[in-house]
Design a protein around this ligand. Structure first.
Ligand code: MG
Length: 399
């Protein structure tokens, strides 16, 4: 479905999160070309969703349950758009993702909750601006084969994958020798292993370059984020995980690169601002002027540096790399356990250093299914969450 020559009508899943808010900033500054037709948000942000509904006048809004629906109606009061449909739960998310009037679904929700609506959107022939990496980590094979069958475009919003996607324009993956996935190294890049033993939540939440939601910021501190991105890239670009290399780049200016067969390395640079990859995905394949994102001043920057990753300090990265190649339920289990464990860390239920140990414990207990279908994936996801909850509550000495 071509996106050019017509207004892009967006269903925004996760409209009050970091990706959602930045997407709406871009929509607001390009009203002639971008329109919001559906908004979806969680129970904790109904007031924000109310304000967005009044501002953007979508035809459909999705909230988690009936109580949220009543609250939203109350909040909207006389400002409720006349033709607004308010739907709820998983069925509501799927309705938003498959809305007939939508031609681009932006998946800004966090976690495995994105899998079913993304799959439904692909089956309905909608192009996807994919900001929910967990969907490809857990169900990459299923989503990408369906996307191929339906002829829909999956346009990455993750900054590294957007950089690779942009570098690959005009080429195919047969031309690639390696992908260089860059990462800042997170807040603990220059910490010693001993210092990291006592890292606190506020230390882990201090990302040096990017402004992102709390879950992904913790994933950056453990470098699980980069690990999940290897799996995401493996499915998105249909490559062996062995062809995806990690490069630590503290300035977060080279957002990733492709090393082609002839030895040329082609990458994409820009300021570390998520509005840049979101803007690209909303307008792809066109390049449209952006007034929101500051320009990169290379002279002012002066120099860029690169390092190899330290797997001893970041065992989560190694764990993800080890399961990335397999078309089994292992990546799904890793992702689901990580969601539970990071959430528990954010609720102060465990110390930072326990995150990789708990993940390893869940992975070692799993009996993976090969070539999983969606049912296998949801079964593995539920099993992994249950195991992770159990281990989070177990005494530390028993793990
Ligand atoms: Mg990223």
């Amino acid at each position: 479905m071509p996106l050019s020559n017509t207004a892009t009508r967006i269903s925004l899943l996760g409209s009050t999160g970091s990706i959602g808010l930045q997407t709406l900033d871009i929509v607001e500054s390009h009203k002639d070309h971008l329109q919001v037709v559906a908004l979806c948000a969680g129970s904790n942000s109904l007031e924000k969703l109310c304000a967005q509904t009044i501002q953007f006048e979508p035809e459909l809004v999705c909230v988690p349950n009936d109580a949220d629906r009543e609250k939203l109606i109350c909040l909207l009061g006389a400002n409720k758009p006349k033709k607004l449909d308010i739907v709820t739960g998983e069925a509501g998310l799927i309705a938003a993702a498959t809305l007939p009037n939508c031609n681009l679904v932006v998946t800004g929700v966090v976690g495995a909750i994105g899998i079913k609506p993304t799959y439904a959107a692909v089956r309905a022939g909608k192009n996807i601006a994919l900001a929910n990496k967990e969907t490809l980590v857990a169900a990459g094979s299923v989503i990408m084969s369906e996307a191929k069958k339906q002829g829909v475009k999956i346009i990455p919003v993750d900054s590294e994958h957007s950089a690779i996607f942009q570098s690959l324009q005009g080429y195919t993956n047969n031309d690639i020798d390696f992908l260089w996935l860059t990462g800042s190294g997170g807040p603990f890049r220059s910490w010693t292993l001993a210092q990291m033993e006592n890292a606190t939540k506020s230390d882990a939440l201090k990302h040096p370059n990017w402004s992102m939601g709390p879950k992904i910021t913790i994933d950056s501190a453990t470098m699980m984020n980069k690990g999940l991105e290897i799996i995401e890239a493996r499915w998105l670009f249909n490559l062996s995980a062995k062809k995806i290399k990690i490069l630590i780049h503290p300035q977060s200016v080279l957002h990733s690169a492709v090393e082609f067969k002839d030895g040329s390395i082609v990458g994409q640079m820009g300021v570390p601002d998520m509005r840049l990859p979101i803007h690209f995905a909303l307008f792809y394949p066109e390049r449209v002027a952006s007034t929101l994102v500051p320009r990169l001043d290379l002279v002012k920057l002066g120099s860029l540096t690169f390092e190899a990753p330290d797997y001893k300090k970041f065992p989560c990265l190694l764990m993800a790399q080890e399961v990335a190649e397999s078309n089994t339920t292992l990546p799904c289990v890793l992702n689901a356990a990580n969601e539970v464990i990071v959430d528990s860390f954010l609720k102060d239920l465990l110390p930072f250093k326990q995150i990789p140990k708990l993940l390893e414990a869940v992975l070692s207990l799993h009996k993976p299914a090969r070539n999983p279908d969606l049912d296998d994936i949801f079964e593995a996801d539920a099993w992994s969450r249950k195991e992770a909850f159990r281990l989070v509550q177990a005494p530390i000495s028993s793990i």
